[in-house]
Design a protein around this ligand. Sequence first.
Ligand SMILES: CC(C)(COP(=O)(O)OP(=O)(O)OC[C@H]1O[C@@H](n2cnc3c(N)ncnc32)[C@H](O)[C@@H]1OP(=O)(O)O)[C@@H](O)C(=O)NCCC(=O)NCCS
Length: 194
Amino acid sequence: MESTSGPVFATLRGERVHLVELGEEHLEAVHRWRSDPEVTRYWIIQSVPTMEELNSWLRRNRESGSLTFAVIDEHGSLIGYTDVFDIDLEHRRCEIALMIGERRSWGRGYAREALSILLGHLFARPDDGGLGMHKVTLAVFAENLAARRVYQACGFQEDGVLRHDMYRDGAWHDQILMSILEDEFRSVSCRSRK
Ligand SMILES: CC(C)(COP(=O)(O)OP(=O)(O)OC[C@H]1O[C@@H](n2cnc3c(N)ncnc32)[C@H](O)[C@@H]1OP(=O)(O)O)[C@@H](O)C(=O)NCCC(=O)NCCS
């Protein structure tokens, strides 16, 4: 992995995918993904945002210091995005969310690679252009087995269960809280498997 620009929105390069700052030019695709019930089945928000709402979301993210990256595959195609939010520099922790929105790209190891690249950046020391995080957290629907597999493969551990945390399709669903510490990331290789 190599960083090619400043410490915050470096372009993060892996073997196949790279991450760049998500910009307004990417929002049409985000809108399409957020309109696809297959993609949002286990996403925290299922209502479809308008383009105006997506523009506001991006603006708010920038203002609050969240980092939102576009995931680009080896052909230069935009396939998803990932969000780093609640960045706490005092306690050196943050939360992430990840969406590979192009369904034809599922099952090819892109999520695993994108996550590996992102974690490398989040755990790298500020001197090396990273964020110097100690811990990265996320929440995932218990039923989202593919996502849980990706997170586990990258070294995330389960911290606990938020029981009946979401009501969807006439039923209650648990969310699993997961986290990874800097040492755990360094001892796991989840780069690319394909
Ligand atoms: C979940 C998601 C990120 C996975 O992306 P992806 O690029 O397909 O993931 P990868 O190909 O890197 O890995 C998927 C893994 O899940 C496994 N998997 C897929 N479907 C599965 C299922 N139903 N049960 C168990 N494992 C499954 C795959 O075999 C693979 O594991 P492996 O590498 O050990 O073979 C993607 O489907 C997505 O973005 N979905 C919509 C948004 C979402 O749910 N995001 C997560 C919110 S927490």
